[in-house]
Design a protein around this ligand. Structure first.
Ligand code: MRU
Length: 345
């Protein structure tokens, strides 16, 4: 991705530290930061400075390389990083990619870099496969941020959109704001501005009405973990869009690299769903007129909240998975078959 004319990925290795874009500041400030200890890498992930399934997998991978360079216990570093966020399987895949390298710092860093590059190649290929689903001027609804920031570059759900835009197909995007943390409003909308793509921000609940009004041609969302039977965990609110899409006869696709498919999780009920602080529901944060970040409380002081960060969309509601191996049906057979195909085709 290019920001202000310069190429970036969401996280990177730089002279013995892990660099990252601090996504909590977007869209108001584009700032990078760095982590020089495993604890700081873990804080960046759990605190959502770095987020999105493939990106936290890459961050975790570089975190393991950092542990090796710092002479830390690798098994403690692995456990600490794995505990940061429970739902996205990509985190474990990234950590395992580095743990399976020779246990010297140089080999572990090479493994982390290879994992990073493979995730970017997968995201690029997802764009090539998924771009074909879009006609000229297609109106795409997407949820949360499954974009550059969430997948290092290109994104998953956004990659078909960016690919179609580069091919002159003029896609239009409904950006679902994604309460409570507003990754759609903050990050996807910012990416659309950067890519010059026509879009409108919508309240999450507006998606169903726009579908009923025939103003949505296709829904494409990302994923944090896809169970062996095709049930898919993604940002809270995805399931509602899938139900509305089914009720209105609109195709609903999940775009995800093969690293998001977890053969070890049989079905959606077995996917651990992260519950985050109720404060994310009770308060909103943004820039005030003075240009400072400010947090304000919305409900009465007496009201409590509950904050499941992800939901599970049953496989039966998913039209197909857009992967680097092609578009595959949301069935156990389709998923197993995709894992056998050559990647990045
Ligand atoms: O809590 P987040 O912001 O990390 O959740 C992100 C999502 O749910 C994305 O849709 C998912 O990770 C796919 S990213 C390509």
């Amino acid at each position: 991705m290019k920001v202000n004319g310069k190429d970036y990925r969401a996280v990177w290795w730089e002279e013995g530290v892990v660099g990252f874009i601090d996504q909590r500041l977007l869209p108001h400030r584009f700032e990078s930061a760095s982590a020089d200890t495993v604890a700081r890498v873990a804080d960046a992930i759990s605190g959502m400075a770095v987020r999105g399934a493939p990106t936290i997998g890459v961050m975790g991978a570089y975190g393991m390389a950092l542990a090796a360079f710092n002479g830390d216990s690798l098994s403690s570093a692995y456990d600490e990083l794995l505990a940061t966020r429970p739902t996205a399987i990509n985190l474990k895949v990234g950590l395992d990619a580095v743990m399976s390298a020779a246990p010297d710092a140089g080999s572990m860093l090479s493994a982390a870099g290879a994992h990073d590059d493979a995730e970017v190649a997968a995201a690029r290929a997802i764009g090539r496969h998924g771009g074909g689903l879009l006609a000229h001027g297609s109106r795409v609804l997407t949820h949360c941020n499954a974009g550059w920031m969430a997948a290092q570059d290109w994104g998953t759900a956004t990659s078909p959109i960016y690919t179609a835009a580069r091919e002159g197909m003029s896609p239009f995007v409904w950006v679902s704001e994604t309460r409570p943390r507003l990754q759609g409003a903050r990050i996807t909308a910012w990416e659309m501005v950067n890519e010059g793509i026509d879009h409108r921000l919508i309240a999450d609940g507006a998606g169903a009405e726009l579908m009923r009004q025939r103003r949505v041609d296709i829904v494409i969302a990302g994923a944090d973990r896809i169970a062996a039977n095709g049930d898919t965990a993604n940002k809270i609110g995805t399931y509602s869009h899938a139900l509305a899409a089914r009720a209105n006869g609109i195709p609903f696709y999940i775009a995800a690299p093969l690293t998001t498919f977890d053969a070890g999780t049989p079905d959606g009920d077995s996917i651990p769903i992260e519950e985050r602080s109720e404060d994310e529901v009770l308060f909103v944060e943004g820039l005030n007129d003075g240009g400072e970040f400010q947090r304000v409380r919305i409900p009465p002081r007496e009201s409590r909240g509950i904050n499941p960060a992800f939901d599970v969309t049953p496989a039966a509601l998913i039209t197909g998975f857009i992967t680097e191996a092609g578009i595959i049906p949301a069935t156990p057979g389709g998923i197993a078959d995709a894992k056998e195909r050559p990647k990045h085709s």
